[in-house]
Ligand binder design. Structure first.
Ligand code: IPM
Ligand code: MN
Length: 353
């Protein structure tokens, strides 16, 4: 029997609630496919920070990294100044564990309302590969003459060739594996970002020409990409982009697939420990009310199994989410409007795995 150690980090707000529902489906898939999932709880998050003044220490990270994967609820606490936990825990983990891919599928499930007129599940099914270790998020830059009328601040979109190349290669491999439109769209802004944009464009072309002749290469400026995501999402198969652009377009992606309630993401180190999360945040105003939508966490759990190599178990959870939505029992994906509670949605999906 295959066995995996999973670090559970419920985190803040509704994080622990949605994680619990994700675990129900993971356990259902584990028993169906004869897997053993061993969970260890970790309490990193806002409450712990408020008590100890610590976000996450190196020894904490080392502990987490002993596991095969990390399943994360949400990070962000209303009593903690914005940025401290996000940078101190979420970004710290992404960087320290070199989770250089942020994988964010944009998939419209059946019976889910999209704000895009005349679009259905057959039109919205693509994946954003967001570079997750470089760019503006590295914090490179500085400020000078702060507080004076002439103060200056910079934050640099810094990329090295290897960091770009490993991301592009991952995206090509994924496009091949999906075996759908076989098109990899690079989204950047090389008409203005003539240095860093040019680097991305050349790597996309060179790597594609050398090793992925079966994959069609396509390029969008990032601003135009947001337009096409709304106008013709059916055009996309895999979009690869740098960190901040990817952050922005995946919020747009979440909305066209029906909202944060269903948007899952994976912070992936293909050779190390990856971390999976619903991308919606900690939603403090819904905490403890059994109204938050757990589907994004359930989908994140499926991504975790998929990344661990348990593709059948992952597909079973994804199919259960589809069936649960097809049943019509879930009235809406918005918190408080589902027509059932968080735990009931979790039970429903788990019962269909
Ligand atoms: C996300 C979030 C984070 C990011 C924040 C909370 C640091 O917006 O996961 O998309 O910018 O990456
Ligand atoms: Mn974001």
């Amino acid at each position: 029997m295959k066995s995996y150690n999973i670090a559970l980090m419920g985190g803040d707000g509704t994080g622990p609630e949605v994680l619990r529902e994700g675990i129900k489906s993971l356990n259902a898939a584990a028993s169906k496919f004869n897997l053993k999932l061993n969970y260890t709880d970790y309490d990193f998050g806002g409450e712990r920070y408020l008590k100890t003044g610590e976000t996450i220490t190196q020894s904490g990270i080392d502990e987490l990294a002993k596991n095969d994967a990390i399943f994360l609820g949400a990070i962000g606490h209303p009593d903690v100044k914005p940025g401290i936990l996000e940078v101190g825990i979420l970004l710290k983990l992404r960087f320290t564990l070199d989770q250089y891919i942020n994988l964010r599928p944009v998939k419209l499930y059946p019976n889910v309302e999209t704000p895009l007129k005349d679009k259905g599940p057959e039109h919205i099914d693509f994946v954003v590969v967001r570079e997750n270790s470089g760019g503006i998020y590295t914090g490179m830059g500085g400020a000078t003459q702060v507080g004076t009328p002439l103060e200056i601040a910079t934050q640099v979109m810094c990329y090295s060739r290897p960091v770009v190349e490993r991301c592009i290669r991952y995206a090509y491999d994924l496009t091949r594996k999906r075996n759908k439109k076989k098109t990899l769209t690079l989204a950047h802004k090389n008409n203005v970002l003539t240095h860093v944009g040019d680097l991305w464009v050349r790597v996309h072309e060179e790597v594609g020409n050398a090793d992925y002749k079966d994959i069609k290469q396509d390029y969008n400026h990032i601003d135009a990409c947001t337009m096409w995501m709304v106008k013709s999402p059916e055009f996309y198969d895999v979009i690869v982009t740098e960190n901040l652009f990817g952050d922005i377009i995946t919020d747009l992606g979440a909305m066209i697939q029906g909202g944060m309630g269903i948007a899952a993401g994976g912070n992936i180190n293909p050779n190390g420990v990856s971390m999976f999360e619903p991308i919606g945040g900690s939603a403090p105003k819904y905490t403890g009310q059994n109204v938050i939508n757990p589907l994004a966490a359930i989908c994140a759990g499926a991504m975790m199994l998929d990344t661990l190599g348990e593709t059948e178990a992952a597909a079973a959870i994804d199919k259960a989410v589809t069936s649960a939505l097809e049943s019509g029992k879930i009235k809406s994906l918005s918190a408080g409007k589902m027509g059932m509670g968080t735990t009931e949605v979790g039970d429903l999906v788990a019962s269909l795995v």
